[in-house]
Design a protein around this ligand. Sequence first.
Ligand code: SF4
Ligand code: SF4
Length: 390
Amino acid sequence: MRDADSPYVAKVNVARHRVFQKRTPVLGSLDLELTERCNNNCIHCFINLLEDDAARQRELVTTDTQRILEEAAALGALTVRFTGGEPLLRENFIELYLFARRLGLKVLLFTNARLITPELADLFARIPPLEKIEVTVYGMKPQSYEAVSRVPGSYEEFRRGVGLLLERKIPFVVKGALLPPNSEEIDSFEIWAATLPAMESPPAFSMFFDLRGRRDSASKNRLIESVRMTPDEGVAILRRHGHSYLKETREFCRKFTGPPGDQLFFCGAGHNACVDAYGMLQPCLLMRHPDMVYDLTRGSLKIALTSFFPRLREEVRATNSDYLARCALCFLAGLCEQCPAKSWAEHGTLDTPVEYLCRVAHAQARDLGLLREGELSWEITDWKERIKQI
Ligand code: SF4
Ligand code: SF4
């Protein structure tokens, strides 16, 4: 209520003000895929659509996206991640960015940086996102970058975008996607990354690439499979910064690995909110099985997070006999990236073991000393001892 004696000071009933009310946050952060369209056409991409009108017209209208942002903030979210496709392709990106910042949300932007203009960089300087922008890099030279992005001129635009961020001193980090055209450039990428002011550790790489989450293109899936590195090559990359990798992975195994039984969602899925470009709430960024998503244009984040997802986590169980004989008994679950979303992308079911991921996990486990040559993870009974000893 306003103090009648002062035009400047408003007295409020503290107990009733929302800031002081006891609120239990149900949401840590929100992931928003602003679009599946992209100005690149990367050879390994699990999501991108070309810049076509059909995809654009299906995207959420501004007011619906704003309503989701408001609800996320009311549920306690502190950060929204804008991702895609290329999120800067959303025509109303600036409007949504400002809306999120006015709600007090920090913005984490995932981008290829090609669409960073002087105006946008000025905006980020004036109204900072408060999270470091994350730029994915596909090569250190035009030839390698564009062999991945398949768009002539894209390298030049990426360098220009990054240059604008540097000029305005806008904090950003870079991460790489390791692919055959750029595999010789790891050193030069890491050396360059170390010169960037906001980089506090060596850049992360993605390399065990997922198939198309929408199961929309057999030919793209074949291309993705053809550019995946072998499990042993991947382990060699992971070990590049040997000591810290080994320490972290051993600690991770001690805390998080162990046979999951038939419960499929034993990961973090369903605890945070990931909304696709059309308003479907997914339990994680990858999971697009139509029965596992919740239509936010007809419901609310709160109901999804407090009722729909908890039920999924509890009720969805494996029935595939191959899964039950292997993954359900496997002590590498957790270390292995096998999960219902990846099973869906590869096989169109939630509970089929993904052979590539199985081979990667076995290679990692052999490297860590958890498995001997020829051993199969689901046959190991003394796994607790093995984990203690590494
Ligand atoms: S820039 Fe990202 S979203 Fe776009 S095609 Fe490449 S990997 Fe896919
Ligand atoms: S290592 Fe193989 S058996 Fe174990 S969880 Fe992964 S895919 Fe399943």
